[in-house]
Write a new protein. Structure first.
Length: 251
């Protein structure tokens, strides 16, 4: 029987793959057989070891995604290295926390540039290649803040709500070209992104009490959804935002 989730021979570009959710996704895609191109500004040594341990090929590209400058080079290097890009996982993202009355323009621009602007233009560059080949999978990393307001993170909520909107728009434009654009909306995961929340005893307790699964997500919890949205199993799935949230949104 054909394994609908098999990624053997596929090439996945994963941004922000050095740690947290991105690393969990890179390891899971590698476990399903994909070659991994890890893109980011920090050492990819640990991720490289995880990917190679899974028996998959690995290539790291050093890039600061706070501007669109590296976008064309990333796509060129990935194609030069492994011959094609089958899967793009837009995972790199930042959060800046402050009350909205105090939130600075600098923080606003920093968050929107990484989470939304570079995400769009990297997807555009990879998408041109995918559409020309007649197939591809884009997986954006959205958030609970693609559905909810949150507090003290105005730029983050705007960016992740924007990611949800772009996911739908690109799905509408590219589905007929056999390129799937979907998103995963992680709930509350124990990564650098949420360190400030977990360090705040009151916020940490309130969040944990609201998660039906009774625990924070771990990077290993996200891989199954990423493999699904990157594989033939999701060929007729377009423009969806898949929560992986321990039941948070069901509450
Ligand atoms: P994280 O550990 O902070 O990971 C963020 C990743 O993005 C890191 O690899 C980081 O690289 C990279 N990155 C940030 N700015 C970059 C830049 N200018 N250039 C290149 N890479 C950059 O937190 P995470 O939770 O795994 O976050 C991954 C994604 O999941 C983000 O989009 C985040 O918004 C989203 N998310 C997280 C949660 C959660 O609860 N943790 C929930 C919903 C959505 P460095 O390590 O070098 O900074």
């Amino acid at each position: 029987m054909t394994n609908l989730f098999d990624l053997t021979g596929r090439v996945a570009v994963v941004t922000g793959a050095n740690t947290g959710i991105g690393q969990g996704i890179a390891a899971a895609l590698a476990g399903a057989g994909a070659s991994i191109v890890a893109v980011g500004r920090s050492s990819m040594e640990q991720t490289g070891a995880l990917v190679r341990d899974a028996g998959a090929a690995f290539h790291a590209i050093s890039a600061d995604l706070s501007s669109t400058a590296p976008v064309a080079g990333i796509v060129d290097e990935a194609i030069r290295t492994f011959g094609a890009i089958d899967i793009l996982v837009n995972n790199a993202g930042i959060v800046r926390r402050a009350d909205s009355v105090d939130f600075t323009e600098e923080d606003w621009d920093a968050v929107i540039d990484v989470n939304l602007k570079t995400l769009f233009f990297l997807t555009q560059a990879a998408g041109r290649h995918m559409l020309a080949r007649g197939r591809g999978k884009v997986v954006n990393i959205a958030s609970m803040l693609s559905f909810q307001g949150g507090i003290r993170i105005p730029a983050y909520t705007a960016s992740k709500s924007g990611v949800a909107g772009l996911t739908r728009l690109l799905a509408c434009e590219w589905a007929a070209g056999n390129v799937n654009v979907n998103a995963i909306a992680p709930g509350y995961f124990a990564t650098n992104n949420t360190a400030a929340l977990r360090d705040d005893a009151d916020r940490s307790k309130a969040i944990l009490e609201r998660i039906p699964a009774g625990r924070w997500g771990q990077p290993t919890d996200i891989g199954g959804a990423a493999v699904f949205l990157s594989s033939a199993a999701s060929d007729y799935v377009h423009g969806t935002i898949l929560p992986v949230d321990g039941g948070w949104l069901a509450r």
